[in-house]
Write a protein that binds this ligand. Structure first.
Ligand code: HEC
Length: 134
């Protein structure tokens, strides 16, 4: 068996270990750089190259935890990205988010105590953001 085929399965297994976040995020950083950094900036501070062209400034994503009582708002972040992929934010960039909702899912407790099948890439991008909180 060739090794590259094992990687997705290993990621899913790693992500399914009870009580553990799927760390380290494998493609979360790459997805962020490609899809989010144009507006939110490579540092996630909201200073991407498109920021100046937007009517509403992109949020400082490093301050998510501090704006939510010191706790990273995992469910809020995932629902925000999910909303983007369903056309809630009008931008030509948003259709590119659809692949984040496809592919393998992992079981995640998003705060209600219920393990919910959630797209792996969505979980990974949110997990990456958690690592850049200040
Ligand atoms: C076209 C520019 C643009 C892109 C691309 C973009 N965002 Fe945003 N984002 C915004 C703007 C503008 C806001 C602030 C307005 C709002 O909340 O809708 C925002 C707000 C947010 C918020 C809410 C922050 C808060 O404190 O309420 C999150 C979370 C977020 N973005 C995550 C992401 C992620 C993750 C990606 C990549 C998958 C992404 N965004 C891509 C422009 C963008």
């Amino acid at each position: 068996m060739r090794a590259p085929h094992l990687l997705p399965a290993l990621l899913i297994l790693a992500a399914c270990v009870p009580g553990q976040a799927p760390t380290p995020p494998s493609s979360g950083k790459a997805d962020f750089t490609e899809l989010c950094a144009p507006c939110h900036g490579g540092s996630a501070k909201g200073d991407g190259e498109l920021a100046k062209t937007l009517a509403h400034p992109p949020a400082d994503l490093k301050g998510l935890s501090s704006r939510h009582g010191g706790v990273f708002p995992m469910a809020y972040v995932m629902s925000k990205i999910w909303g983007y992929s369903h056309g809630e934010a009008p931008s030509a960039l948003m259709p590119k988010f659809a692949p984040l909702m496809e592919g393998p899912t992992v079981l995640v407790d998003t705060g209600d105590g219920i393990m919910t099948p959630t797209p792996l890439r969505l979980v990974e991008i949110a997990a990456y953001l958690e690592t850049v909180q200040e």
